[in-house]
Design a protein around this ligand. Structure first.
Ligand code: MCA
Ligand code: AMP
Length: 499
């Protein structure tokens, strides 16, 4: 018998509970997590995360300095075991973004890997080192969390203003992962490989908690590199998760890398998400490997909504069919009248309902109310058509002020505000333009304070990266004498084109 007893309800990680109950059983020796040359079995994970869970059990909310490391995975598992909501922080966040997240989410503790230096924005928080090397035993159970209780608070950008914290309950995590297991025939025998960041839904919930819920394992690359993908898939990994930029880089590498092609050909499932994977990249990968990437569609607020199924037809350019338990409809411009057509032509906004949805935006009741229709459908803002057999094709987005770059959602308003804080900028507007690698790249249109010495692209990129995050930095800067405005004084972004 294990000296540790944790009563999980719902039990998010049955394999972990089993390893705890029978530390000498075969389940306890199964691999769970691997980051580079560091790894934990289920037994070791239970022994490491449980004492940490007991230590954080009394915290109201904890922040996790979410580096792509074993420590982050252990910390998040510990928070879930304790039933304490965790806020994963992007370790590259700049001072203003971090300051906002910390004051909005008000954590009482920050968990970080030993030796990590934390920025001044976190100085007021008590720090707890995540020790993965010295598992203790015999600590009490923190109790049985309610399925509706918040598990994670994930910050996500909107069109204007700072990011909002999406409160994700345990119920949503469990149901989305089980729906994906059904769609992908995902089992404890699967070994997942990925190099996604651990402060978003894709990398953290799907990429770490997903394998743990199935009793399988994950090998994280630390950072995405095609060589790491080839190595792991040729050493018995069965699934790959990535954003389109990663698959684009794979497609670019394939012609000169037969080992990569061979490794991908062995995979059971190649899954792309977070943004649309261009058909050209789909085709290049299929041609070089004989394998088709499948796409799934989700959102921080909804977790996963649709997917091409493992037993379905992998159709490039579509995100497949609604997952079990997810209700999906398209609506007309009024936002409430359902589009009935399944004709591959009639466009409507995707709205979803189901147990996969978040609870609310933290401290933002108006934003939460505005995100739902009166009868409980969540408005995704994504525009789509449906094929006659129900496959969903995303064709665009309602808001032009949301940019998807490298799979990250970035609000134009947030970057405009940061640019306006630069002394060399009088006016600023931000748009996205197509980019073969990133999907979209951020373009800043500025009216310099002094036209004789306008700020350079590097200067503005550094400025934004320091305040917000490096992935939010503008890649292109245009200087204008004035921004195009309509009679009301509103910036006409559609008139911002460069030739
Ligand atoms: C460059 N860098 C800078 C600057 N310029 N740092 C500070 N200041 C500057 N001025 C650094 C970057 O931090 C980075 O550092 C390096 O230079 C290269 O940066 P970059 O070219 O921007 O990116 P990349 O490293 O090439 O990244 C491409 C990527 C990344 C790996 C595909 O975009 C990525 O990980 N995307 C994943 C996004 C994601 O997970 N989205 C999920 C959310 P360094 O090299 O040290 O890193 S969506 C979601 O969750 C929903 C639910 C869904 O459907 O999935
Ligand atoms: P985020 O708000 O960062 O969680 O990103 C969610 C958004 O990513 C969705 O609203 C979609 O616009 C986009 N997205 C996610 N997966 C896909 C996909 N497979 N194809 C197209 N867009 C996607």
């Amino acid at each position: 018998m294990s000296p540790l007893s944790l009563d999980l309800s719902p039990d998010l990680f049955p394999a972990l509970t089993e390893a705890q109950a029978d530390p000498d059983g075969p389940g306890a020796h199964r691999p769970a997590l691997r980051f580079g040359d560091r790894s934990l079995t289920y037994g070791e994970l239970a022994a490491t995360a449980s004492p940490l869970a007991a230590r954080v059990a009394e915290a109201g909310r904890i922040a996790v300095w979410a580096t792509p490391t074993l420590e982050t995975a252990v910390a998040v598992v510990a928070a879930l075991l304790a039933g304490v909501p965790a806020v994963p922080l992007n370790p590259k966040s700049g001072e203003s973004e971090l300051g906002h997240i910390v004051s909005d989410s008000a954590p009482t503790l920050v968990l970080a890997a030993p030796g990590t230096q934390l920025p001044p924005a976190l100085a007021a928080l008590e720090r707890l080192d995540i020790d993965t090397s010295a598992p203790a035993a015999g600590l009490p159970s923190p109790g049985a969390p309610d399925p509706e209780s918040p598990a994670l608070i994930v910050y996500t950008s909107g069109t204007t203003g700072p990011p909002k914290g999406a409160v994700i309950p345990r119920r949503a995590i469990a149901t989305t992962l089980d729906a994906l297991a059904d769609a992908w025939q995902w089992t404890g025998d699967d070994v997942l490989v990925h190099g996604l960041p651990l402060f978003h839904v894709h990398g953290l919930i799907l990429g770490i908690l997903g394998p743990l819920r199935r009793g399988g394992s994950v090998r994280h690359l630390g950072r995405f590199e095609t060589a790491g993908v080839a190595r792991e898939l040729s050493e018995s990994a069965t699934m790959l998760f990535g954003v389109p930029t990663m698959y684009h880089r794979i497609a670019e590498t394939l012609p000169d890398d037969p080992a990569l092609a061979k490794a991908l050909a062995r995979a059971r499932l190649l899954v792309s998400g977070s943004a649309a994977l261009p058909v050209h990249d789909h085709e290049r990968i299929a041609q070089a490997t004989g394998r088709r990437v499948i796409e799934r569609y989700g959102m921080t607020e909804t977790l996963m909504n649709t997917s091409v199924r493992a037993d379905g037809e992998p159709r490039a350019g579509t995100v497949g069919v609604p997952l079990p338990g997810v209700e999906l409809r398209l609506t007309e411009e009024d936002g409430t009248t359902a589009v009935e057509a399944y004709d591959g032509e009639t466009v409507g906004e995707i709205q979803v309902r189901g147990p996969n949805l978040f609870t609310e935006y933290l401290n933002r009741p108006e934003a939460t109310a505005a995100a739902f229709t009166e009868d409980g459908w969540f408005r995704t803002g994504d525009m789509a058509v449906r094929d006659p057999d129900g496959y969903v094709r995303i064709v665009g987005r309602k808001a032009t002020d949301l940019i998807k770059s490298g799979g990250y959602k970035i609000g134009a308003g947030e970057i405009e505000n940061a640019l306006l804080e630069h002394p060399g900028v009088r006016e600023a507007a931000v748009t996205g333009e197509p980019d073969a690698d990133l999907g979209e790249r951020i373009v800043a249109w500025i009216v310099p304070a002094d036209p004789q010495s306008p700020p350079t692209v590097d200067e503005l990129a550094d400025h934004v990266a320091r305040r917000l995050a490096p992935h939010k930095r503008p890649r292109v800067v245009h200087h204008l004498d004035a921004l195009p405005r309509n009679d009301m004084g509103k910036i006409m972004k559609r008139a911002l084109t460069h030739d």
